[in-house]
Design a binder for this molecule. Structure first.
Ligand code: NAD
Ligand code: MG
Length: 424
């Protein structure tokens, strides 16, 4: 197998750090050629000095001197949002791993696709916001979109048993078919191994996303109003960035993941379900038409899905710990508390309506999370803000990128205004 050359967008975050660990673990299969950060110049420099990629990007230009001062070699340095797009198109890169929190990764991801790079996507927000456009662009450019989110990576692995060599033909005639790669009018020629590879979801009855339930899985709803950011930031099974950790506490993370699955795998929202699984060992499941269910299991460490997204279609040995079933104890499953955690129904509503509504849900949630972390609203206020903003929105069906970005900006302004009114 070829050594994959990877650009990591969001290298200083939680996923970025795990990606660097994976690269260190399988150096013969993975080479980091580009790293980016928003503003943490010092942390970017430390990572760069260790792995020595040829190119770096620091979005915040005011910190460029800190970066240059801390570097022990002379890479090519890009800056600003334009720089992010440029580093996403590096000629010596095979794959761009998007791990920027929020929506900042959207334009660089589209630029990478346009340049013929495969995408490994951790940033679920960009798929929620513009999944239709990203998947269509990927198809048109003959590139793969590989899921890094652990649930989607699990589903991807379960569906791989359904690879079909005939699908290239079928998918050309049906743009809505469920494919991560269709090879339609590719700008670069896919290798023989890649050509015609698609996922077949015609036999999929349900996609079942597992959710840990977050830190408040068993907390009575009457206590929600008094929950603090510190309590919400203590996730029981995963160590992650602040935004996704709050999303896990509200269950908006799982709501966003339902919409993410809808676009990645081309299945209707009605076929996407959620089950609570507190141990985070079963990362998701696929139920087929004959009633058989496939699941993917591993420890809750993002290195597993990151490695698979990068080395796909190969499996590569590593130093990650195996599961010891004797010590695992019980694996439990339960129905979510839909009434107490309204995020799942709000996300289902946005995903089923489609158009600009998922972008609005996502943007309102981002504003609400910041407001909660800043103690401007209480914990249930996050759901309240999102519901209010999606109620106020006039949906645009099949929006282009401009319409999506406009809806995103509109929702941020509405949510910010609503936060102010709540504080009064
Ligand atoms: P994080 O907050 O730890 O890191 C975010 C990274 O994005 C940093 O490198 C930061 O410099 C960069 N960044 C932030 N804003 C930016 C901007 N405007 N422009 C450019 N760069 C910017 O976040 P994380 O937990 O690593 O999550 C990253 C993404 O991956 C999120 O979309 C999250 O939902 C998704 N994800 C994370 C996990 C996890 O375990 N952490 C699991 C699944 C999915
Ligand atoms: Mg996830």
């Amino acid at each position: 197998m070829k050594r994959k050359r990877v650009v990591v967008l969001g290298a200083t975050g939680s996923i970025g750090e795990s990606t660097l660990k994976v690269a260190h673990d399988i150096p013969e299969r993975m080479e980091i050629v580009g790293l980016t950060a928003n503003s943490n110049a010092q942390k970017l420099a430390v990572a760069a000095n260790r792995v020595r990629p040829q190119s770096l990007c620091l979005v915040d230009e005011s910190k460029i001197d800190v970066l240059r001062g801390a570097l022990e070699y002379e890479p090519q340095i890009f800056t600003g949002e334009e720089g992010l797009r440029e580093i996403a198109c590096l000629t010596n890169a095979d794959i761009v791993l998007v791990a920027i929190v929020g929506t900042g990764g959207l334009r660089p991801a589209l630029a990478a696709i346009e340049a013929g790079k495969d995408l490994a996507v951790a940033s679920k927000e960009i798929l929620v916001m513009a999944g239709e456009i990203i998947m269509r662009e990927a198809r048109d450019n003959g590139v793969h979109v590989l899921p890094v989110d652990s649930e989607h990576n699990a589903i991807f692995q379960c569906l791989e048993g359904k690879r079909s060599t005939l699908n290239a033909q079928r998918s050309t005639s049906n743009a809505e078919s469920s494919t991560l790669d269709v090879g339609r009018s590719p700008r670069r020629s896919p290798s023989t191994a890649e050509a015609g590879w698609t996922l077949d979801v015609s036999d999929v009855r349900r996609i079942i996303l597992t959710a840990s339930g977050g830190p408040f899985r068993e907390t009575p709803a009457k206590e929600f109003a008094n929950l603090t950011p510190e309590q919400a930031l203590k996730h029981p099974t995963w160590t992650m960035g602040r935004k996704i950790t709050i999303d896990s506490a509200t269950l908006f993370n799982k709501g966003l993941e339902m919409i993410e699955a809808h676009w990645l795998f081309g299945v209707e929202m009605t076929r996407v379900e959620v089950v609570i699984h507190p141990q985070s060992i079963v990362h998701s499941m696929v139920e087929f038409s004959d009633g058989s269910v496939l699941a993917q299991l591993s420890h809750s460490d993002m290195c597993f899905p990151i490695q698979y997204a990068v080395t796909w279609p190969e499996r590569v040995p590593n130093s990650l710990p195996p599961l010891d079933f004797g010590k695992l104890g019980q694996l439990e499953f339960a129905t979510p508390r839909y009434d107490d955690f309204p995020a799942l129904n709000l996300a289902r509503r946005a995903g089923e309506s489609g158009g600009t509504l998922p972008a609005v849900l996502n943007a309102a949630n981002e504003v609400a999370v910041v407001a909660f972390l800043d103690r401007q609203v209480n914990f249930p206020g996050i759901w309240e803000i999102v519901e209010e903003v999606i109620n106020r929105h006039t949906r645009v069906a099949h929006p282009d990128l401009d319409a999506i970005l406009q809806a995103d900006q509109w929702a941020r302004a509405e949510a910010t205004g609503f936060v102010k009114s709540l504080k009064r």
